[in-house]
Write a protein that binds this ligand. Structure first.
Ligand code: SAM
Length: 344
């Protein structure tokens, strides 16, 4: 056996040192490089602008769409937990979710996080067009390959929190679209707020989320789950838990139960213009700022204590009430009284 005639790397000749350096470099890249690239690239375009990723389509009349997705899945093995990637692999639940969506055949559908396309093909078969927004570059590219040019599925590589749905609707010549998403659970609340802020461009939605969050959206006053998110949701829409989905329907299985929530985008207070509605939501946020404090204390930085007590009295409520003890209508009554007395 040939033995090197040096004991440590320090004694080795220059060429050997360079070789050892390269070997170590390649090994280090193999270990860490790919995950660093994975981390750096999937975040979509850095400018925040909507990436006009190549347009592509899928012909819903084509036979065998579902097996094609299966092939696609077998090509992509990895998943990124930090992007909330739990893919819907159960065919039965995919069909049940589709059936539960209040979709119209003429709808423009925006899909949030199409992933490997588990629902994209099915949605395309029921709607006029699907625009799917995916943040993971590798997945978006695979979908791009799977939905070739000229059909009615378009893949956009972008962060959904930066997507301007009104602009997309205008581009398609429609006033409103339908939103579907098996949501990345780590940003469910920011997505909901982003969607509610753009509610004028949304006809209806079907969103798959963690069951606990679904219960908060539909909670009744006085319960533990009732809070700002409940009221924001119920002011902008009529939410309904439509389907329970167990962890086993996903791959990898999440640690939590899931539920499909459908939303009819109908404002609760028709009498208010959009600006008043937004002011009311700011007011509600303040009411719930510190859950353990009562309304008087939470609001006293903005309104005088006398006015708040008066407003509560007018609503027939004691001054020491906490926000969670009032229904949305009662909070709206207090808000209207306070804003009216500000005007006088
Ligand atoms: N729709 C697929 C399904 O049902 O199998 C995947 C759903 S998976 C729970 C969530 C998807 O959202 C992933 O594909 C993930 O990459 C994507 N995603 C995560 N954060 C996102 C973001 N900010 N904008 C757009 N897509 C995002």
């Amino acid at each position: 056996m040939v033995r090197p005639n040096f004991a440590t790397l320090e004694d080795a000749p220059g060429k050997v040192k360079v070789l050892a350096f390269w070997c170590l470099g390649i090994l280090a890249f193999w270990h860490f490089g790919f995950s660093i690239l994975d981390f750096a690239w999937p975040r979509g375009p850095p400018s925040g602008a909507l990436s006009t990723a190549p347009r592509s389509c899928y012909d819903a009349t084509r036979k065998g769409g579902e097996p094609k997705i299966q092939n696609l899945q077998s090509k992509i093995h990895r998943h990124l937990p930090k992007l909330g990637q739990h893919f819907l692999h159960d065919q039965g639940y995919r069909a049940r979710i589709l059936e539960a969506l209040p979709l119209h055949p003429g709808d423009l559908v925006f899909e949030i996080g199409p992933g490997r396309g588990a629902m994209t093909t099915l949605l395309a078969g029921r709607a006029r067009k699907v625009i799917a927004v995916e943040i993971d570059r590798a997945l978006a590219q695979r979908l791009q390959e799977d939905f070739p040019q000229g059909s009615h599925v378009e893949i956009i590589l972008a962060d959904v929190l930066r997507v301007d749905f009104a602009a997309l609707c205008r581009g398609e010549g429609v006033a409103q679209g339908f939103i579907f998403g098996n949501l990345p659970y780590y940003i469910t609340s920011p997505i909901l707020h982003h969607l509610f802020a753009q509610r004028d461009s949304i006809r209806a939605m079907g969103l798959l989320m963690q069951r606990e969050v679904a219960e908060r959206l539909t909670a009744a006053p006085g319960t533990r789950d009732y809070g700002y998110l409940t009221i924001a949701t119920q002011v902008c829409s009529q939410p309904q838990i439509t389907l329970a989905v167990p962890p086993g329907a996903f791959s990898p299985a999440p640690k939590v139960q899931s539920a499909l929530v459908t939303f009819r985008m109908k404002a609760k207070f028709d009498r208010w213009p959009r600006t008043t509605c937004d002011e009311f939501l700011d007011f509600v946020k303040r009411c719930f700022a510190q859950k353990r404090k009562n309304l008087l204390n939470n609001l006293s930085s903005v309104y005088s204590r006398r006015r708040i007590t008066q407003a509560l009295e007018e609503a027939g409520k004691p001054a020491n009430l906490r926000a969670e003890q009032l229904s949305t209508e009662e909070l709206a009554g207090v808000f209207e009284h306070l804003t009216r007395s500000r005007e006088n």
